[in-house]
Design a protein around this ligand. Sequence first.
Ligand code: DPM
Length: 318
Amino acid sequence: MVASLSRPIRIGSRKSQLALVQTHWVQAQLQKHFVDRTFEVHAMSTQGDKILDMALAKIGDKGLFTKELELGMLNGETDFAVHSLKDLPTRLPEGLILGCVTEREDPADALVVHAKHQDKQLETLPEGSVIGTSSLRRLAQLRHHYPHFSFKDIRGNLNTRLQKLDSGEYDAIILAAAGLRRLGMGDRVHQVISPEVSLHAVGQGALGIECRAEDPEILTLLKVLEHQPTAQRCYAERAFLRELEGGCQVPIGVNTTLDGDSLTLVGMVSSVDGQKFVKGTQTGLATDAEAIGIQLAQQLRSQGATEILEEIFLEVQR
Ligand code: DPM
């Protein structure tokens, strides 16, 4: 017991600036609750941090940003790992679980514009404006609603992307509002994009903490950071994605709302060109979050999602 009490708790994190800000936040919260424990951060590079020149959809999303962190936990080098929940696959390796979901920031996508467009909104940017994104989800939805823009891939960390925008390579770029705000760059959020135009990624804006399934000590510690309303929303979103997923990054977006004990999930699946587009809504008890996600996935499949997903899978493989 004494030995266990004095053992430092080791937290796995990616090395990116955003990942470290998020992990240090978790570390500080836990330290406040458990003053006699020590929490150490172990930062690692993941495959996703190293491959910067390939379209994300081609690499696939099977744990691109999580694999190295997961090995650390399975090897016993670390005790848990902090992720942006949207980067955590919906199926986890044997022996690991989603131990905690923290309170969500605004999950919306944000428009960030070049200085010359300060007076513009998505609705008023001129025809042919170059919009930077490498998310198929953002690309498909924006093409669907604003076919007169021109879209261009953009990679790299947040600072690199903002530099590329400011240097004039793009008229505007799309980023998660949550990431910008966590990095203290909330002033770059020019327009929060409404869910009518862009449904956000599954889990966007929340942190997911992954840990060993058979580690009650760590699971108990993590429970102090669990935010149940966020967790219920994210469980519905993740069940929806899990039920649809074909193993590559596809244009799938969601939005969830809680009203008392009632949870509503809106979801969409689109072809990459934004032409084929299916969208639907399911409502149920928040305590049945996963069932709501599965029902919505089945509904969208009956509306044509299966065909859209198969086409994308073939395209990405080429
Ligand atoms: C995933 C996507 C992106 C990240 C795909 C998507 C954006 C990729 C890109 C699954 N992970 O959203 O459709 O634009 O090139 C990522 C970001 C955050 C977590 C950055 C962002 C921000 C924090 C958060 C990358 N992962 O989306 O702008 O949303 O919790």
